[in-house]
Design a protein around this ligand. Structure first.
Ligand code: M2E
Length: 252
């Protein structure tokens, strides 16, 4: 399938979020060494980023390492931390080439000083790029995100700068991660599980959900393009009455 079919801009998702699951199963299925599925998964992102920037997607957010991933075997955590650092190093020149802004969300206090410095450096070097924003979620959890936002409001209340009665969803929504980005339009999970796994809970409140059996290292731009097409079809149906859809289908 061609990945370049043109879609009406008002039917395109502005923000796509992906749970990149299935690296370890890919490693086992292909007799790779322990942890090598993650190495394979690392390279799967590049064509997806290229598709998104060429299609005019504003924000792509990927779940690289969750709050829960800290409970994986220490050797796997160590490998993932190494892979994160080497991937960030590799990605900086690519971001420069494509004019993509790189951002990170999650609880950075859990990460090594070296990794924190590398993340801050990558963000600073790409801060003015406007072609797309690529967001990497590291040590991220949706519940952490909401609790972290609530804590900031509570500190304002404690300081006498805010009345508890003035807290509402609009105000809290200004303190969650990516408050300045469009809401998630499409939430995709690869690897065959049907869960959101504490990803962007607040930001995905109205997202269209997409699940595929494809393991992350095998997920390619043509499958994403088919999902974006399906998203546009769902958008076109949205707002129409069920009678209109029945008439439309009868006339095909
Ligand atoms: C990623 C991280 O499972 C992860 C291993 C490292 C690479 N990866 C998958 C990422 O998601 C950082 C950047 Cl800059 C890009 C991708």
């Amino acid at each position: 399938m061609s990945t370049s079919a043109v879609l009406a801009p008002d039917l395109l998702p502005r923000h796509i979020a992906i749970i990149m699951d299935g690296n370890n199963r890919y490693g086992k299925a292909n007799d790779l060494g322990k942890g090598q599925g993650h190495v394979a998964g690392k390279d799967a992102l590049d064509p997806i980023v290229e598709y998104c920037v060429n299609t005019g997607i504003e924000v792509l957010t990927v779940f690289a390492f969750s709050s829960e991933n800290w409970q994986r075997p220490p050797s796997e955590v160590a490998l993932l931390m190494q892979l994160l650092a080497s991937t960030i190093h590799e990605q900086i020149p690519r971001m420069n080439e494509y004019r993509i802004r790189l951002r990170f969300i999650g609880d950075r206090s859990q990460l090594s000083d070296d990794l924190q410095a590398l993340m801050a450096d990558a963000e600073a070097k790409t801060a003015d790029f406007k072609a797309m924003t690529l967001v990497i979620a590291i040590s991220y959890g949706g519940q952490w995100d909401i609790a972290h936002a609530a804590k900031q409001l509570a500190q304002q209340v404690e300081a006498g700068q805010l009345r508890a009665d003035d807290i509402n969803k609009e105000l809290l929504g200004n303190y969650v991660q990516l408050a300045d980005a469009p809401a998630v339009d499409m939430l995709i999970r690869t690897g065959g599980e049907y869960r959101i796994s504490n990803f962007l809970l607040w930001q995905s409140a109205y997202a269209e959900l997409f699940f595929t059996q494809t393991l992350w290292p095998n997920f390619a731009a043509d499958e994403l393009a088919a999902m974006v097409k399906e998203f546009a079809q769902r958008q076109r149906r949205f707002g129409k009455t069920s009678e209109q859809i029945v008439i439309e289908q009868a006339s095909r």
